[in-house]
Structure formats: structure tokens, C-alpha cells
Design a protein around this ligand. Structure first.
Ligand code: RIB
Ligand code: CA
Length: 312
């Protein structure tokens, strides 16, 4: 399966990238970045640091939007720190990345692929919306858009919204109205897809090339989520979207209509999911409702062991 990851690393974006790169079932055609958890400059550097850490400077990387379509940028230092990947030192980016904008890279990669590409956005949808506006045919050429974002009942950045959608609700609206086949992996499942502090201690005990860096990063992220949300571990939101590509049964989805609120005083960025089909609007997304956390954890541990160079 050919995939593209559009991300805003971010601790859980990092785990999504690690999981994808550790999985021979997936061919990562590229990693593009967008402003979100941190500024565009920081997420761009972080993505290349992650790829350098695992020796994957061969994967094309391109920098995308530094700000939402209309809104003022928002970052999340309370969760990801000032660097966007606080908690451990990562290597300096070992490669410059591609010249040119991520949107152009996404378009040419998707349209140039003989096999349909699966797009995995794990940050605000600014780049994806711009690509769909520039090349509307992408909606029919993409295999799927499997995105981490939104929620049916849950929330984080405001009582009504999830961060990726809230940062750029207009972009999210463009994506959900594009006609592309969408899987929405939202907070209702990703807030439950957590590694516990004991899991993180186990990773630290491996002391491998990747685990020795990842464990302190995840401990920082878990502590931040405990302080802000009272969670007892690290919710690896973005990695669950990738896990679904590997083992679809890691989540259970249901077809629903989803629209994005862009005007509400208190509800900006709300993904309004028509759970009971009362709107009469056609379903435009497969929405995740349940998660198999043990399976998710098994996939993560297998991937990190592989990246450590340890036997499976
Ligand atoms: O709400 C969680 C999402 O926002 C995750 O993708 C996290 O990395 C942040 O981007
Ligand atoms: Ca993210």
C-alpha cells in the first residue's frame, strides 16, 4: 500500500511515522508537514529529525502551509512543548528536504502514481484542502483519506472541537465536502489508544536506537496529557490512523454524514456527525467508533522493536 503522511510533529505524529516506516506492508511515498502542534518551521524540522533518527533520509519530505487558510495559527506547547517534540534530543535534520511546496508535491505524487495512494493527514488539513482546490481530481484518484481528526462526542482544544479541525475548520470543510473516500479516526477512539506509563517504562528498558529516544519523549507527552486531561498515559492519536492501514480491525467504523462547523461562536471546528442519520445528508465518511487497544499496543511494540533492530 502506497501512502503519504501529512503531519505536524508532534509526539503522536512521530509514532505514526515510525509505525509506517517500520511496516513493510506500507510504502511511504513522502512526508509533508503543516503548522499545527508547533510552527511550520518547527514541524518541518521535526519531521526530518524523525526520519534522520531512523535512517530514512531517502523518504521525500516537503514543507507545507505555515498558517491556516483563514484563521490565525495556533500551536500546542502545553502538550508538545516549545520544540514540538520536547522530552528528548533528536538528531539534527540530516537532509534538506525537497524544494517547493508540499501541496505541489502531494498533487504530483498522487497523480503520478499508477497505484492509488492513501493519504494520511495527522495535522490540520490546510495542505490537503489546498491540494484538493488546486487539483479537484485528487478526490477520485486517492484510494482513501485516512485522517486523524474530529470526534463524534469527544473534544480537546475546546469543549466542542478537536485540535486538527479547530486549527483550520475551513480546510476541514473542504476535505469533508470533496467527495474523497474518508476514514475519520477521531478522539472518541484515539483518546483511548494510550500507552501507559508502565508501557513507556518497558520501552525505556529496551534501550534500543529508537526506544531510548522515544521513551522519554512519550513520558513527556504522557505527563502533559495527564496534567491537561487527566489521562493515565499517552494517547497516540495519529499512530492509530496508520495502525488502521495495517490491521483495519484495530478500529470499528460506521458510515455517517460529517459536516464541519466553521461559524459557531462556541462550536468552531466541531465535526457534526449524523450518528442516527436524521439529517438526510448522504454519508461522506467512515467514522471510527471502537478501538482494539491491545492490538494497537502490539502493533506499536512490534514496530519499535523492528526499528531498534531487535528480533521480532
Ligand atoms: O487532537 C489531536 C491531534 O492534534 C493530533 O494529531 C495531535 O498531534 C495534534 O495534531
Ligand atoms: Ca498531529
Amino acid at each position: 500500500m502506497k501512502i503519504l503522511i501529512d503531519c505536524d510533529p508532534g509526539h503522536d505524529d512521530m509514532v505514526a511515522i515510525l509505525l509506517a516506516c517500520a511496516s513493510p506492508e506500507l510504502e511511504v511515498l513522502g512526508v509533508t508537514t503543516v503548522a499545527g502542534n508547533q510552527t511550520g518551521e518547527k514541524t518541518w524540522g521535526n519531521a526530518r529529525r524523525i526520519l534522520t533518527l531512523i535512517g530514512r533520509q531517502d523518504i521525500p519530505a516537503a514543507r507545507g502551509a505555515d498558517r491556516p487558510l483563514l484563521r490565525e495559527p495556533i500551536v500546542a506547547p502545553e502538550i508538545h512543548g516549545v520544540s514540538g517534540l520536547d522530552g528528548a534530543e533528536l538528531p539534527a535534520p540530516g537532509f534538506p528536504g525537497l524544494p517547493g511546496h508540499a501541496v505541489d508535491f502531494l498533487i504530483r505524487t498522487i497523480l503520478g502514481s499508477r497505484e492509488p495512494v492513501t493519504l494520511v493527514p495527522t495535522g490540520p488539513l490546510t495542505n490537503v484542502a489546498l491540494a484538493l482546490r488546486q487539483a479537484p481530481e485528487l478526490a477520485q484518484r486517492l484510494q482513501r483519506i485516512v485522517l486523524m481528526g474530529g470526534a463524534v462526542r469527544d473534544s480537546n482544544v475546546t469543549p466542542a472541537a478537536e485540535f486538527n479541525i479547530y486549527v483550520d475548520p475551513e480546510a476541514a470543510r473542504i476535505v469533508f465536502e470533496s467527495g474523497a473516500p474518508i476514514v475519520m479516526v477521531g478522539l472518541d477512539v484515539t483518546n483511548r489508544a494510550r500507552l501507559s506509563f508502565a508501557d513507556i517504562d518497558e520501552l525505556a528498558s529496551w534501550n534500543g536506537k529508537v526506544s531510548r529516544v522515544l521513551a522519554p519523549l512519550l513520558r513527556f507527552f504522557a505527563r502533559a496529557n495527564r496534567e491537561v486531561f487527566g489521562f493515565d498515559g499517552a494517547p497516540l492519536h495519529d499512530a492509530l490512523a496508520v495502525a488502521h492501514l495495517l490491521r483495519p480491525e484495530v478500529i470499528r467504523t460506521r458510515a455517517m454524514n460529517v459536516v464541519v462547523e466553521t461559524a459557531g461562536e462556541y462550536t468552531r471546528g466541531r465535526t457534526v456527525a449524523d450518528v442516527y442519520g436524521v439529517s438526510g445528508r448522504p454519508a461522506n465518511a467512515e467514522v471510527a467508533e471502537e478501538v482494539d487497544v491491545p492490538l494497537f499496543r502490539e502493533l506499536l511494540f512490534r514496530a519499535i522493536r523492528a526499528l531498534d533492530g531487535a528480533p521480532a
